[in-house]
Unconditional design. Structure first.
Length: 329
């Protein structure tokens, strides 16, 4: 592997909008998509999981839509692949939150069925599905704009007439922890249909508050993204059933009891090293998390099935460590 001069290449937009109900996520996504599509001279498509909400604007926008009946990650990916095969260079996904709901419900089912009732291992088993979903979005061969519901709460604020009025505000998006790292542009919408740019790789709109962003905003983003050398086409993510495939593991699983115990001990040691990792006095896992890891190890049988669980848990912890160390950097 050798270093080479960095070159700016043409990029595909990866934009996420999140906010409470009524903040204008769907309309904003459609307007941005229209601006980009018209600039490119191509049609755009929508994957709709929000009770045909996008189709309510079919009198204002021309697009093709897939109203997902089965709101599972496998169906999301199948729809994305179909859109890619049909050549749509601009895709709106409204919204990602149903996929996250499927993920959390699966974690709950696995946890309730387990002996330890510990959700940490459940997340280790489900994480590959979530990763495959995010990879499908990142590898889509075109511009992608997604929406996410956000957790909400009511606060009292001062209205234009000086009176105190209740206001619904959005909190974090209803998707996986760290989802914001996956997108180039992150817009937080409010009830006034304003977008607060919380993340911007273009460095043109960072921390800006944009009133009702629309077609012009989409065009501005496209102009920035298309400035550079042509980028090779992305690869469509294959549809497949989730199979837990531990990474970075050189430890083979055998049915020999002594060998299993020996290898299990090695994995347990690696898990211990991960959860006690620290840098400059900063610990990446807290004491509660370390206790959870100890409890999980304690309740795991050192047999072939237990080995697979330990390997999955180690993979999950490695992924978490990488995210946390990156965030701390």
């Amino acid at each position: 592997m050798a270093f080479e001069k960095a070159e700016r290449t043409q990029l595909y937009l990866r934009c996420a909008l999140f906010g409470p109900s009524g903040s204008g996520k769907t309309m904003t996504a459609l307007r941005m998509a229209k601006g980009i599509a018209e600039k490119m001279g191509v049609p755009f498509a929508v994957i709709d999981t929000e009770a045909r909400s996008a189709s309510k604007y079919a009198d204002r926008f021309t697009f093709e839509v897939d109203n997902l009946k089965e709101k599972t990650i496998d169906h999301y990916i199948a729809s994305m692949n179909d859109a890619a095969k049909k050549g749509f260079k601009v895709l709106v996904i409204d919204s990602l939150s149903h996929a996250w709901r499927e993920t959390t419900e699966e974690v709950d089912r696995i946890t309730l069925a387990s002996i330890s009732k510990n959700s940490v291992l459940s997340w280790a088993k489900v994480n590959p599905k979530q990763k495959r979903f995010i990879d499908a979005i990142l590898n889509y061969p075109g511009h992608v704009i997604v929406t996410m519901r956000s957790r909400t709460e009511w606060v009292m604020s001062i209205g234009k007439d000086g009176k105190t009025v209740p206001e619904k505000i959005g909190l974090s998006p209803e998707q996986g922890k760290g989802i914001e790292y996956e997108f180039d542009l992150l817009l937080e919408m409010n009830q006034k249909h304003e977008a607060y740019v919380t993340k911007d790789h273009t460095d043109k709109f960072q921390d800006a508050v944009i009133e009702k962003p629309g077609e012009d905003f989409g065009v501005a983003l496209y102009d920035w993204l298309s400035d550079g050398k042509a980028k090779p086409e992305a690869v469509i993510i294959p549809e497949q059933k989730d199979v837990l495939k531990p990474v970075k593991n050189t430890i083979a699983i055998t049915k020999d009891e002594d060998s299993l115990k020996e290898r299990s001990a090695a994995i347990i040691k690696e898990i211990g090293n991960i959860v006690t990792t620290s840098e400059n006095g900063q610990e990446y896992f807290n004491e509660d998390e370390r206790n959870d890891a100890r409890q999980l190890i304690k309740t795991t049988k050192l047999n072939e099935s237990g080995m697979k669980d330990l390997l999955a848990f180690k993979e999950f912890l490695e992924s978490e460590l990488a995210k946390r160390s990156k965030k701390a950097a």
